[in-house]
Design a protein around this ligand. Structure first.
Ligand code: NCD
Length: 304
């Protein structure tokens, strides 16, 4: 039995297979409608979510399975002081697979050690978010036709943005990747990611505060929200939150085939007038999230 806590637990070959399955589901959804009949997915969300939780639930329904769970810690026994380990030990009695989001880094890992069914990390604090990364990799292959030879700019909250940490980790295994880190000094990529991933893998990277200066070289621009909930004081958040706002004029020197991605939710960092630009792919990205989660559920439940 396998869980998914960190993206590196999947080999690049397995990621290719998941992407192939997701693409097959997109083309032949009817062939998958009964695959998870009588199976149940539990969504244990101790933190807010729209896309991740609902795409997991839609994924399970579209596979013919069923869904149970909670969407806030307050409505679970965590509010009474129950440990994560006890919660998942219990939920293992009721569900065949668990997707869990938790504000504490490492909580889904602890859960996977206590559970008797597969546990999927649906985001743990400012740490990791492997299923968003699978979503992003599917999106990139669909938009760009490849996962190598790409210049990828990450802009915004690179310190607390777990989607950034996981995607950089995943991309570090492909050839010809250049990473461009665009953030204010206070929200730079954590040094553990630089050391354990970028430096270790010999990935070319640059750090800058100036989005417009690096725009012409980017194949992908991955915008992120400043992670309000991870700040210790509101003053810092207010000072940093609108540092980068992508507006059409800032794209004047961008590549004509740039892909503008965002894990969503967006606050102010992409002006809504960008949405109609064919290069904006964040809503297509959100749709990819459902298909790749369908593929992942099938894999972890070992259903052909
Ligand atoms: C992201 C997350 O939860 O980390 N959202 C998502 O899952 N699509 C990004 C964010 O909240 O900013």
């Amino acid at each position: 039995m396998r869980s998914l806590i960190d993206i590196l637990e999947l080999s690049t070959q397995e990621i290719d297979e998941l992407i192939a399955t997701a693409n097959d589901i997109i083309e032949h959804p009817e062939a998958y409608r009964e695959k998870c009949r009588y199976k149940k997915l539990a969504t244990l969300f101790f933190e807010p979510s729209t896309r991740t939780r609902l795409s997991f639930e839609a994924a399970m329904y579209e596979l013919g399975g069923q869904v149970l769970g909670f969407s806030e810690a307050q409505s679970s026994s965590a509010a009474k002081g129950e440990s994560v380990a006890d919660t998942v030990r219990t939920v293992s009695c009721y569900a065949d697979i668990i997707a869990m989001r938790h504000p504490k880094e490492g909580a889904p890992l602890v859960a996977s050690m206590a559970a008797s069914v597969p546990v999927i990390n649906a985001g743990d604090g400012g740490h990791n978010h492997p299923t968003q990364t699978l979503t992003d990799l599917l999106t990139i292959t669909r938009e760009k036709g490849r996962l190598n030879n790409l210049s990828v700019g990450f802009c915004g909250d690179l310190k607390f943005g777990r989607t950034v940490h996981s995607l950089i980790t995943a991309l570090s295994r492909y050839e010809g990747i250049k990473i461009v880190l665009i953030s204010p000094d206070e929200l730079k990529l954590p040094s553990y990611v630089k050391k354990d991933v970028l430096k270790k893998k010999g990935i070319t990277y640059v750090q800058t505060r100036d989005l417009e200066a690096v725009m012409p070289e980017l194949d992908i621009l991955y915008m992120t929200r400043v992670q309000k909930e991870r700040f210790f004081n509101e003053e810092d958040y207010l000072r940093l939150k609108d540092m980068y706002i992508l507006t059409p004029d800032k794209l004047h020197n961008a590549k004509s085939d740039l892909s503008i991605m965002h894990p969503l939710p967006r606050v102010n960092e992409i002006h809504t007038s960008i949405d109609a630009d064919p290069r904006a792919c964040y809503f297509r990205q959100a749709l990819c999230g459902k298909y790749i989660r369908m593929a992942l559920i099938l894999k972890l439940l070992e259903i052909e």
